[in-house]
Write a protein that binds this ligand. Structure first.
Ligand code: DGT
Ligand code: CA
Ligand code: CA
Ligand code: ZN
Length: 589
């Protein structure tokens, strides 16, 4: 187990102890231990090997033993026993966003609630609001939390879904019977969350493909099996549909099963207006008897119509008088009109990215050193890597104060001068926006940096008006260069704080502050749905991985998906510019 995974278990123990009503000192000891590990600057393995765990403030003998066991085995008998000693319904209630151990304990003690369903009923009947220390507002929040938890459980983040899907697609392509295979559905459209996976295969022999698909080791359950299709559920709950079609039908089926529904409806209407019927089986004259399937088959046999020649999605769009529409744009949001007029944007691509801002190192809560991060950025072929560690108000993330930041600036200057890397390091900071909208660091030190990311990490419960005013005040600060993760949402985990995004965008445009498209797969914040209009209004986008380790730099790919869904071109994105262009942009501000 890694340092952060161990910290996660310790924190979990603290919460469970609190739920059990254990001595608060004991609870705090585990939470403090978790914090101490998270901010540890060296490898936990090294510390264990050299028997120095107990030298870390906040870690005593008992904790050191448990950390060692977790590091070595990935398990902890004490944790498992503790979990087993608490009603599973209570542990489950901990997954409700916004409901902590203290409140669950009170609900259990006063209302005898020990399951999520009981809690939902108690809220619906108003019994929670009547409790001391709860009230109407708190009851509403709990109900919303229960609803969110159920909705979150039905979907999966794109990044994790893609990691499951990609090896299966490659496996399908390697089968001798398979002519071609593609992802379809929301995964292919690059949606931030995915309900289920959709695989589409062209082949003439079906049985061996279906058999292969349902016997993968990751499959937990086969939920449907037919001659040319199958559905399965994998470990982790993700489900997948496989459909196999004859090669001549592949382009139509790929288009149909890529969707979205809205896009498909509009495409069918367009076909009808031209006297054609579009379906997963083909594009055929709309008049006459029979189903679309029969007509497509008849047409294929007669080899007469020009529609025969549709072999790819490009051909299919062309047959309806349209330029090719990239899957990311197929949401029924005006892409067909733009494709008709030849006005589709040339969407930004991963290869356009020349560097990134907003990355963390071990100086705050990152897991790799400055040099390790730069080496990785160089491996990506980037010209520059911006470092933006946390500022001091984010004490839980070991944020930097003015003195530590100045030392980092000097360290970066020395590294750049050493010529050790071709990738240049830019100096930045992820400066906390304090609850009143002031920035967390002195203006003098901010002026010494190449750029400043401003972000909200505290006081999430402010009203929409307060939060909006707070963020706008930060945007108006003369040193602010870009706004980090503007809504603070964590996909399938936590809704964003309330904020008037349109006003924030206006302020950013007016103050020439860029807004981040935070590419962390859990954030993808600002949401792609805002970007098309925002870019039209002149907003500059910056795709930032918010990397906390070298692997985190890969997340740029998820940000590219979102940017493409937001109709963004390379010109809209600051970090498609080379180092000279970026320096020029930063100087002119
Ligand atoms: P998801 O799985 O909820 O993230 O979203 P999708 O878009 O992958 O939806 P899914 O898996 O239900 O179906 C894949 C595509 O197949 C969908 O985007 C469009 C097409 N499709 C499925 N069912 C229907 C339908 O009832 N009507 C239409 N027009 N298209 C459908
Ligand atoms: Ca799907
Ligand atoms: Ca599906
Ligand atoms: Zn942040």
């Amino acid at each position: 187990m890694t340092k952060n995974e161990i910290a996660g278990v310790l924190e979990g123990i603290g919460v469970l102890l609190e739920l059990k009503g254990e001595n608060p000192f004991k609870v705090r000891a585990y939470l403090a231990g978790a914090r101490a590990l998270e901010t540890l600057e060296e490898e936990v393995g090294t510390v264990i090997a050299e028997d120095r765990l107990q030298a870390i403030p906040g870690i005593g003998e008992a904790l050191a033993k448990k950390i060692t066991e977790l590091h070595a085995t990935g398990r902890l008998g004490f944790h498992e026993k503790l979990k087993a000693s608490i009603a599973p319904g209570l542990v489950e209630m901990l997954e409700i966003p916004g409901l902590g151990a203290k409140k669950i304990k009170a609900l259990h003690a006063k209302l005898g609630i020990s399951a999520v369903a009981e809690l939902a009923r108690a809220c619906a009947e108003g019994r929670v609001a009547a409790l001391d220390g709860f009230g109407e507002k708190s009851q509403e929040k709990i109900l919303a939390g229960i609803r969110n938890r159920a909705a979150y459980a039905r979907r999966h983040r794109w990044w994790e879904a893609f990691a499951v899907a990609e090896p299966i697609l490659q496996g399908l392509r390697a089968l001798p019977q398979v002519r071609c295979a593609e992802h379809a559905g929301s995964l292919r459209r690059g949606l931030e969350t995915v309900g289920d996976l959709d695989f589409l295969v062209a082949a003439e022999a079906w049985a061996p493909i279906v058999e292969w698909f349902i016997t993968r080791p990751e499959v937990r359950e086969v939920t449907a099996k037919g001659e040319t299709k199958a559905s399965v559920r994998y470990a982790g709950g993700l489900q997948a549909d496989l459909r196999i079609v004859p090669p001549a039908q592949f382009a139509f089926a790929l288009h149909h099963f890529t969707g979205s529904k809205d896009h498909n409806v509009q495409m069918r209407q367009r076909a009808l207006a031209r006297g054609l019927s579009l379906s997963e089986w083909g594009l055929v004259p709309a008049e006459g008897e029979g189903t679309a399937k029969e007509k497509a088959a008849a047409q294929r046999k007669s080899r007469s119509a020009k529609l025969e020649h549709i072999r790819s999605e490009t051909d299919l769009f062309a047959a309806l008088g349209l330029h090719y529409i990239p899957p990311e744009l197929r949401e029924g949001l005006g892409e067909i009109e733009a494709a008709e007029k030849g006005e589709l944007p040339r969407l930004v691509e991963a290869a356009d990215i020349r560097g990134v801002f907003h990355n963390h190192t071990t100086a705050s809560d990152g897991r790799n050193t400055l040099a390790e991060m730069v080496a990785a950025a160089q491996g990506h072929g980037w010209e520059y890597l911006g470092i933006a560690d946390h500022s001091k108000a984010s004490f839980q993330a070991n944020g930097l104060d003015e003195a530590r930041l100045r030392r980092q600036i000097a360290e970066i200057a020395a590294l750049n001068q050493s010529g050790r890397f071709t990738t240049q390091v830019l100096t930045g900071v992820e400066c906390d926006i304090l609850p009143d909208g002031r920035l967390d660091l002195d203006e003098a030190v901010l002026r010494e940096l190449d750029y400043v990311v401003v972000s909200v990490h505290s006081a999430f419960t402010q009203s929409e008006a307060e939060m909006t005013a707070r963020i706008i005040r930060a945007i108006e600060h003369p040193c602010a260069t870009m706004l980090g993760h503007p809504t603070g949402r964590l996909l399938l985990k936590r809704e964003g704080y309330p904020v008037n995004v349109a006003k924030v965008i206006d302020a950013a445009v007016a103050n020439r502050v860029a807004i981040e498209l935070n590419a962390h797969p859990q954030r993808l914040d600002l949401d792609w749905r805002h970007w098309r209009r925002a870019a039209e209004r002149g907003l500059c986008c910056v795709i930032n991985p918010d990397a906390h380790d070298t692997a985190g730099l890969e997340h740029v790919r998820a940000g590219i998906n979102a940017a493409r869904k937001g109709w963004l071109t390379a010109e809209h994105v600051l970090n498609t510019r080379g180092l000279a262009g970026v320096r020029d942009y930063l100087r002119k501000r």
